[in-house]
Design a protein around this ligand. Sequence first.
Ligand SMILES: C[S@@+](CC[C@H](N)C(=O)[O-])C[C@H]1O[C@@H](n2cnc3c(N)ncnc32)[C@H](O)[C@@H]1O
Length: 391
Amino acid sequence: MEEKIAREGRALFYIPISSSYIRKDGKIEPSWMPVFYNPYSAINRDMTILGLRAYQKMGERTRTFVEPLSGICVRSIRVLLETLSDDIFAYASDIDSLAIDYCRRNAELNNAQTRLFSERSDARLFMLKLDSDQVPVDSVDIDPYGSPIYYFDSAIKSIGKRAFVSLTATDLGALTGRYGDTALRRYGARIYETQFSKEVGARVLIGSFVRAASYLEREVEPLFVFYREHFIKALFRVERSKSGSVNAAKRLGFLCINEEGALTSAIPLGDVPEGGCKKMVGPLWIGKMWNRDFVLLMKEESIAHDGILPETSAAISSIMGEMDIEALGYYRVDEICSSLKVNVPRFQKLIEALKQMGYSASRTHFDRKGIRTNAPISDVKRAILSSSGKS
Ligand SMILES: C[S@@+](CC[C@H](N)C(=O)[O-])C[C@H]1O[C@@H](n2cnc3c(N)ncnc32)[C@H](O)[C@@H]1O
């Protein structure tokens, strides 16, 4: 098989190369390759590196990194070379034996073979075996095709007292409500398409992880969430705690949607919505999605570390703009403008108008046509009209 050596961050790695998996537009099509490597997920791997560096900066222990769906081990090798601990050890598995051959050769290429253990295995069995072998699992990265939900149970069981967990989901059709029945059977959640569907997807993913952790008596704290065209990534701190798991479960609930499709309130599980709802979306996570200190540390590390893509750092800056605004969901400015029959104003002007009215406002990384603000819809409409010169 013809190969080339590629680079991502500080890692070098062999990848098979053939014209048969180059698309017409000249780009690699990962699903046509004999082993999995997706160059468009470099930003996702950057986030794992920055998340782990931020976690380490918080004084948390990371002796081990577990990647049970490893492909050719680019992520694991990057963790060994690019995080802040010299004695971190990686455990990787993949169901595909060719991928594991590549893992081993790639570890040698980076002189990391003594710190990377890799094995052909089903991801669930691999994680449960780490638990029964009493390997201290301090961090886990679940990056499957589609939904990570099938791996929640074994991942949570494998971790020790406290761990860093990264989840990636690519089943965005289900999570954002396009395939409502799939969402219902997979996540046990009713998801209707809304203006802020991408955030709903992130909250359903977090909520389903919190539920799985809760019955295993683990408290989950979301640290960071990120949406990109083809995936949602969420980072968490997970800790063994019966009372903590109850506290986390108290931040599960529903979003109340009115006749116009706008979000009116968040209803914790068991509460009754005042004034009724036209539709209720959930159950999902209604708590904070970002830990401020953690995101600031990720940003610092994106500057301190030279292996990070500029777009990764830019994405974190964008999240910093919205993370402090106390508002669930966001407004799609184009949709509101079309209902008002006005042109879309410049976003900066609209944000200024909302701030002058006394609200917080920012763009949202979830949707480039979206705006996050604590203003009610009536005032968002007023601000749109004034910033497009109609009032
Ligand atoms: C999205 S890729 C992972 C990419 C990798 N984490 C990275 O950052 O490049 C998913 C991988 O999971 C593997 N896989 C699929 N089902 C599996 C299972 N049940 N157990 C272990 N690996 C599995 C596939 O062979 C594939 O390499």
